[in-house]
Design a protein around this ligand. Structure first.
Ligand SMILES: CC(=O)SCCNC(=O)CCNC(=O)[C@H](O)C(C)(C)COP(=O)(O)OP(=O)(O)OC[C@H]1O[C@@H](n2cnc3c(N)ncnc32)[C@H](O)[C@@H]1OP(=O)(O)O
Ligand SMILES: CC(C)C(=O)C(=O)O
Ligand SMILES: [Mg+2]
Length: 604
């Protein structure tokens, strides 16, 4: 199988100086009146000479943990009822999640009852661990343990804020007080777990607002809690580092994670987890760099629902890995089904541009992209044929499409959609895909001008049916045809092809024509010329139309199941060239009709 050979990366040329107003090319921008001086850059943790993550690549999926049912749920205007929660839980299980935070049972009756239902109805698969969130408040920890009573396995997720602003404003506590709160709560959790009987417990600790907490302080708290819970390789503690409110560039977070990864005690007994939020729009980058920096696990939601701008999107993360040839370990083969369930559970739409899942993310409207995609798809088909393997196994290399839409359950129909930004490549692609027509390049270029005019006039998309209408009106069934072929008869002899044809000319005159030539179309143009309708045949091509390749066509040749022929002819007349096209039951009929089509355009 042939592969694209990429040339080596060019050497980086050092910039001549810092980009800025001193450069001659710098456009003079005016200063804004935005009150930017109110905001401060977060002091970044320094990791001198100890930054390994930039040199690493992701070669396997992290442990995925869904927090759709807790963090996602707490951000909804109408939190999920038990039915919506159940639907989402079942989806997460089907997709392959093994670590699912199912709620905040001390917060609401719905969360509490949902957990009770999962446990009492034995709905938690043996290989799935459900997790429940609790703040560091003893009465709420007690309620949490009531909710998980009787479960086979459960993870108790203890969380409290640690950053200075929260300590001072929310808790009005010193660092020592917050540490005491953490220890008291962790001990309480342990006591309740020890008393809980058959359930096998695991523990998770989240120093909420990790990213803006003093590193030494948060490291100390994490070590203390992990020691208190006696983290061990066979019963690891999950230490979850949230960017509760994302404040910095992703590389700053990566440095923070790497620093924790290197300095944590009992590292081999800790599952190092991250929980990025998307306030700066860089949650995905933060999560990806955090994994390079040492994180083992990522908490997030499907399509990024969550507080404010949301949690990190697990679909994007998993499919980013997939697009790099790494097993995502989650099943996204029906992304639209997943999206529909998530939209129903959250009562919120997934935007059309959302990576991998949005309606438009595999669609090109622009001409050059369409042309490249169309060529790429045909090249893929050729490579698969050469390698004698199904296309679904052939290495994916199609310009502008990072993954094969079919791998996530989409088809190719929406890949190219035509509007005023489209060109001949896209138009030819749609006619080929929807109607099986393989237009010659020059004809598709000519058709593109008609389509462009229609798109400019209508200001809307030209769907495949409208494209067919434009093509048909221009070439196949003009409103007021100059010439109509009523009948014909072709004979083949040693001297070439003979043709008898009966045509009507606009106004009703009938002409009986007689001609000969190398083929019926040449004989026809000669006969027409002799009858005073001058034309010279320049090119003629034809191909069979089986109908099989036309999935959704509602007009034109698609309605037929018997094989037909499409023919395209180019004539010279009135000092220029004219294309014609036709579809007919027989090849010679299609060729003659293509000549008629071109003549009709001469006399339109
Ligand atoms: C970053 C995160 O996502 S954390 C998860 C946040 N999720 C939620 O809050 C959703 C569910 N929460 C709730 O339904 C409610 O907050 C409840 C029922 C849990 C508690 O309600 P209330 O007791 O009325 O408290 P309220 O919601 O006002 O919370 C504020 C109190 O909790 C304290 N608190 C906040 N977070 C924590 C924490 N993690 N650990 C301990 N105490 C905390 C605050 O200091 C404040 O205490 P104060 O009243 O003594 O000043
Ligand atoms: C509970 C914690 C992990 C959280 O959701 C956050 O800090 O964003
Ligand atoms: Mg969160």
């Amino acid at each position: 199988m042939s592969e694209t050979h990429l040339s080596p990366l060019p050497r980086l040329v050092p910039p001549s100086g810092p980009a800025g107003p001193d450069q001659p090319w710098w456009n003079a921008q005016r200063g804004s009146t935005m009150p930017f001086r109110r905001y401060r850059r977060t002091p970044a943790v320094q990791v001198p000479d100890r930054r390994d993550w930039p040199g690493r690549t992701a070669d396997r999926a992290p442990l995925w943990a869904s927090v759709d049912l807790r963090d996602g749920n707490q951000s909804l205007a109408n939190p999920m009822d038990i039915q919506r929660k159940t639907m989402l839980f079942d989806l997460l299980v089907r997709m392959g999640f093994k670590d699912i935070e199912v709620g905040y049972p001390s917060a609401s009756e719905a969360d509490f009852s949902f957990l009770r239902e999962l446990i009492t109805r034995d709905r938690i698969p043996d290989d799935v661990t459900v997790s429940v969130f609790t703040p560091a408040r003893p009465e709420l920890i007690d309620r949490t343990f009531e909710a998980i009573e009787g479960a086979d396995r459960a993870m108790v997720h203890l969380c409290h804020a640690t950053a200075c602003l929260w300590r001072e404003v929310v808790f009005q506590m010193t660092t020592t007080d917050v540490e005491r709160m953490a220890v008291t709560a962790a001990e309480h959790v342990l006591r309740r777990a020890d008393a809980a009987g058959r359930t096998r417990f695991r523990f998770e600790y989240s120093p909420e607002t990790f990213n803006i907490t003093e590193p030494e302080y948060v490291l100390g708290l994490s070590n203390t809690v992990a020691a208190l819970w006696d983290a061990a390789p066979d019963r690891p503690v999950t230490l979850n580092l949230p960017t509760t409110v994302e404040t910095d560039h992703p590389h700053v977070f990566a440095d923070q994670v790497e620093w924790m990864h290197r300095n944590l005690e009992r590292r081999e007994s800790i599952i190092l987890s991250v929980h990025p939020h998307n306030d700066r729009g860089t949650a995905v980058a933060s999560a990806e760099l955090a994994v390079l920096a040492g994180a083992d696990r990522i908490e997030g939601t499907l399509f990024g629902n969550g507080e404010r701008t949301g949690n990190v999107c697990l679909a994007t993360l998993a499919l980013n890995l997939f697009s790099q040839g790494v097993d995502p370990q989650l099943d996204f083969s029906d992304i639209d089904g997943i999206r529909r369930t998530v939209e129903a559970a959250n009562q919120m739409p997934v935007p059309a541009r959302h990576p991998y899942a949005g309606d438009l993310v595999y669609t090109a409207f622009s001409g050059t992209h369409q042309d490249a995609i169309s060529k790429g798809l045909r090249a893929m088909a050729r490579r698969a044929e050469e390698a004698d393997e199904p296309e679904s196994r052939t290495a994916w290399q199609v310009p502008y499409l990072p993954i094969d839409p079919k791998d996530v359950g989409r088809d190719y129909e929406a890949v190219v959609r035509v509007n005023s930004q489209s060109g001949r490549g896209g138009i030819a692609h749609v006619l080929r895909g929807s109607y099986g027509l393989d237009l010659p390049r020059a004809l598709s270029r000519e058709l593109a001008e008609h389509v462009q005019r229609a798109a400019d006039r209508d200001g809307t998309e030209v769907n495949s049916r409208r494209l067919w209408e434009i093509f048909s009106t221009e070439y196949l069934e003009p409103a007021d045809p100059y010439l109509t072929l009523k009948d014909y008869e072709v004979s083949h002899g040693p001297a070439g092809t003979g043709l008898r044809a009966l045509v009507t000319v606009r106004g009703g005159t009938e002409l009986a024509l007689l001609g000969s030539g190398a083929d019926p179309a040449t004989a026809f143009t000669r006969a027409l010329t002799a009858a005073g309708i001058p034309a010279e045949l320049l090119t003629l091509t034809q191909h069979p139309l089986t109908g099989a390749e036309r999935p959704r066509a509602t007009a034109g040749p698609a309605s037929r199941t018997t094989p037909r022929t499409a023919a395209y002819g180019q004539l010279s007349a009135t000092g220029r060239t004219w294309w014609g096209a036709a579809i007919a039951d027989r090849p010679d009929g299609a060729e003659l009709q293509a000549v008629v089509s071109a003549i009709n355009r001469v006399h339109a």
